[in-house]
Design a protein around this ligand. Structure first.
Ligand SMILES: [Zn+2]
Length: 154
């Protein structure tokens, strides 16, 4: 997934009960948080390997972190926000599975699991994703988020 993570967080937040404090900022940050590894990917590792192998794209990491962080956050009164953050991170990973691949079985198997493989037909990798059928999925999420935003303002 290239462009639709942020709107996916918006869709989730707008589907939650309005009495959950900080739902929108938590969902928006969580929706893009795993892709912060792109900074490391470009600035430190020199694009040495697929950024979906970094720890922020590993479901096992988030399960382990969640097992510790969610109870601690609940004790501080933010358990629902911590669960929301974790759920939206897993949504990010699920969306990345459509065409990018996620190592769902790590540490047992570090291969990236993907729904569809995007062939390299064009000179730039972004064009390969833009002209692949999986990009329709991104447009659907954008449309859904736009619909919710327009409906909310009306
Ligand atoms: Zn990602």
């Amino acid at each position: 997934m290239i462009t639709a993570h942020l709107p996916s967080g918006y869709v989730v937040a707008r589907g939650l009960p309005p009495d959950l404090p900080y739902a929108l900022p938590v969902a928006l940050v969580a929706a893009v948080f795993p892709d912060l590894d792109l900074l490391f990917f470009y600035l430190v590792d020199g694009r040495g390997f697929h950024h979906h192998h970094y720890w922020v794209h590993l479901p096992a990491f988030w399960l382990a972190l969640g097992a510790v962080a969610v109870p601690l956050a609940a004790r501080a009164g933010y358990g629902r926000q911590a669960l929301l953050f974790l759920a939206v991170v897993f949504l990010h990973l699920a969306l990345d599975t459509v065409a990018g691949g996620v190592a769902w079985l790590w540490p047992l198997d570090d291969r990236l699991v993907t729904l569809a493989t995007v062939p390299a037909r064009y000179g730039h990798w972004v064009l390969n994703f833009l002209f692949h059928w999986t990009f329709l999925f991104e447009l659907l999420i954008w449309g859904w988020a736009g619909f919710l935003l327009i409906r909310r303002r009306a």
